[in-house]
Structure formats: C-alpha cells, structure tokens
Design a protein around this ligand. Structure first.
Ligand SMILES: CC(=O)N[C@H]1[C@@H](OP(=O)(O)OP(=O)(O)OC[C@H]2O[C@@H](n3ccc(=O)[nH]c3=O)[C@H](O)[C@@H]2O)O[C@H](CO)[C@@H](O)[C@@H]1O
Length: 370
C-alpha cells in the first residue's frame, strides 16, 4: 500500500504528520509512505531525520489582504499543484493525508482533482486558513477540538479524533515518576513552562511565585525557563534573594527533555496552550493554568485554552493579565482546595484522547478500502 502525508511550515503541523506516518507504518509494515513538503521548509530538515522519503514542492502563504505578493503566491500554488500531480501520478497513493500549512493546499487539491481519497487533520480549536479551504473538497476532516467544527463547511464529513501524542507521554505511572524525581511522598509538584523557546511573561510572573513559595512545606516547583532565558532567569532569581533555589523546593532547567515524566509526576501545570501541549495534559489528566501565546495565528491558542476552561479542566489567564500576584493568587486558591484540583484532573482525563492515532489510522484505512 502507498500513502502520502503532507503538512509543513511549523512543528505544529509537521509532528502530527510524522506521527500519522508512523501510525500507518505500524499498522501496515509493508506500506510505503511519502512525505511531500515545502522547498526550504522546516519539514525538509525534520522528515529525512525521521527516515521518511521526502519530496519538496514550492508553496507560499496567501496574505489575508489583496497584495502583489498574492499574485506570486497564486503562481507558486499553480506550479505546486502541477508538480504535486506529477508526484502523485508516479507514486499512486491510495490516500493523501494533510495536516495543514501552506504546502498542504496544492498537494491535497491535486489529489482531489485526481480522485484520490483525502483526509485533513486540524490541530487547533480555531482552524487554519488552508484547512478551512480544503475542508470543502476532502473526503474526511479529523479534528482535535469539537469547537473547530463550527468553522468547517456544513457538508464536510467530520470526526473529532484528538491529536496524536507521543507514546512516551503515556509511559509513566505517577508514583513511579515521582520516585524517579526524588519527590517527597505527599508534596505537590507544580510544573511550569513556556513553548519550546520558553515564555518571557511566564518567567516574569514565576519569579514572584517562586519567591512567594520558596521553602514552603509540601509544594515543589519545576520551572522550565526556555534555553534563551535561563541565564537571565537565574540572575533575576539571585536579585530576588534566591541564589540557590536548588537547596529548597525549586528545580530550574533551560529545557525539559523529560517532559513525559514531569507531566506524570505533576499535580498542576502552568503553560502555553499549543495543541500538542494540551493533548498531552489531557492524555495524563493534568489540570492547568493556561496562558495562551497571544501572537499565535488568529489568537488560536486562546480558543484552545478556552475549550479546556469551559469543560473545567483548566483556568485561563490572558498574557496581558499575567502578573506575579495574579498567578500567586490563582495558585494559592487551587492549592488550598485539593478537591477542586482533583475535580479538574478528572475532567482533564475525561477529555484526553490517548487513542487519537489509532482512530486517525482507522479512518485512513477505510479511505484506502474505498
Ligand atoms: C507558537 C505557536 O504558534 N505554536 C503553535 C504550534 O505549536 P508548537 O508545536 O510550537 O507547540 P505545542 O504546544 O503544540 O508543542 C510543544 C511541545 O514541546 C514539548 N516541550 C516543551 C517544552 C519543553 O521544555 N519540553 C518539551 O518537551 C511539549 O511537551 C510539546 O510536545 O503548533 C500548534 C499546532 O498547530 C499550535 O497549537 C501552537 O499554537
């Protein structure tokens, strides 16, 4: 069997495409999966590293307003469709799967024109422009959040599958993770982090939180500063009188490779609201205080965060409202009300979709049988 996956631009589109490719190969070890991405895109680096065959085509994004650049974009899209048609005609896939990003447009459209079954996956509660356009033409739309449905055409075939999380996320039991981290039995662990680069506003607020809770009994903090902010953060901790936080109840790291273990061990997370992060939190049932990244396209992180908040799995603080005292107050309230925190954890676990990948691969299998 042969399958094509496509999606690019940011890790947010590429990692789900890679997870789906791996899911297909796990189910059909004899299958061939080809990844089509953008010339010079981040996928051109990540896909070969994941040992998948990769073809690049030209693609660029439309500006939302009418500009000269858009003419160039149309030209590139036409070239992209022609090239994608050629690749698809040669490879003859049974199904083409797109996960969003500019490059997805020409590849999925070429497949639609050629009568090849197609599926797209949308990661966010507010769908991206490419996926919204493609949803009109594809055979199946898979969503992470139910909320995204209302932005999709009414006649689209839609299923809420969730977003595949990396398997390691499910690999730890809470007790085992806490023992491995050397945490005392009954202490609570608060895990705070920004995106992969960290988040300056969360760092700023966390300085005050850490100062407030320093050496407080029964609560531990694991704070991830982001690699670029680590030195500055340690310096600010020193200025706040916490020059040796590791002697108390605070662990500071620039980046956390051990995120799966930390999420399993933690009782509460303070973080951004990227789709992967939220899927991981709900997969392990970890309640959160979410601070959506305000510059994400269309402010989609706030839509993601509100979706968890509406259900009762998280609280949301907007980036512009985030200060040390506001965060301290919310945190203190939750720590003083363990029943509330436990209820949030239950809702979070209920929202989790640890079988997302299986469901997506099942849809792809059905399309392949058509
Ligand atoms: C800035 C931005 O626009 N981000 C978007 C990007 O997310 P992006 O992929 O940047 O961010 P996500 O929250 O989705 O994922 C971050 C990943 O990094 C991991 N991690 C993070 C810090 C750390 O120290 N260690 C670690 O392992 C997290 O566990 C998670 O797996 O695409 C997503 C899907 O379209 C969107 O929802 C996000 O809004």
């Amino acid at each position: 069997m042969r399958f094509v996956v496509t999606g690019g631009g940011t890790g947010g589109h590429i990692y789900p495409a890679l997870a789906i490719a791996r899911g297909i190969l796990a189910r059909y070890p004899e299958a061939r999966v080809l990844y089509i991405g953008r010339e010079g895109g981040l996928e051109a680096e990540l896909v070969p590293r994941a040992n998948l065959p990769f073809y690049a085509i030209p693609a660029a994004g439309l500006k939302r307003s009418l500009t000269l650049r858009n003419l160039l974009v149309f030209w590139q899209a036409t070239r992209g469709i022609l090239l994608a048609r050629k690749i698809l005609a040669g490879f003859k896939p049974q199904v083409v799967v797109g996960t969003g990003g500019y490059v997805c447009g020409p590849v999925v459209l070429a497949a639609v024109m050629m009568g090849i079954p197609t599926m797209i996956h949308e990661q966010n509660a507010l769908p991206g422009l490419t996926n919204r356009l493609l949803a009109r033409f594809v055979n199946q739309v898979a969503l992470t959040f139910e909320e995204a449905r209302k932005y999709m055409p009414r006649r689209a075939r839609i299923k809420v599958t969730g977003l595949p999380v990396r398997p390691e996320i499910m690999g730890w039991q809470k007790d085992e993770a806490r023992r491995a981290m050397g945490l005392p039995e009954n202490a609570r662990l608060i895990l705070s982090f920004g995106g992969s680069q960290g988040a300056r506003t969360i760092n700023r607020a966390m300085i005050e939180v850490l100062k407030h809770f320093y050496n407080r009994d029964g609560v531990y903090f694991l704070h991830v500063t982001g690699p670029r902010h680590y030195k500055e953060f340690c310096q600010q901790m020193g200025e706040a009188g916490l020059s040796r936080p590791e002697n108390g109840n605070i662990i500071l790291v620039p980046y956390l490779d051990e995120m799966p273990r930390a999420m399993a061990a933690a009782d509460l997370a303070i973080c951004r609201a990227g789709a992967a992060t939220l899927s991981e939190l709900t997969a392990v049932g970890l309640p959160a205080i979410l601070v959506p990244y305000p510059h994400a396209t269309g402010n989609h992180q706030e839509y993601n965060a509100r979706s968890l908040e509406r259900e009762g799995a998280a609280l949301v603080i907007r980036d512009q409202d985030l200060t040390g005292p506001v965060l301290c107050e919310k945190l203190t309230r939750l720590l003083e009300r363990p029943a509330e925190l436990e209820a949030m954890a239950r809702v979070s676990r209920r929202l989790g979709r640890p079988r997302a990948l299986e469901e997506i691969v099942e849809i792809i299998s059905e399309l392949a049988r058509q």
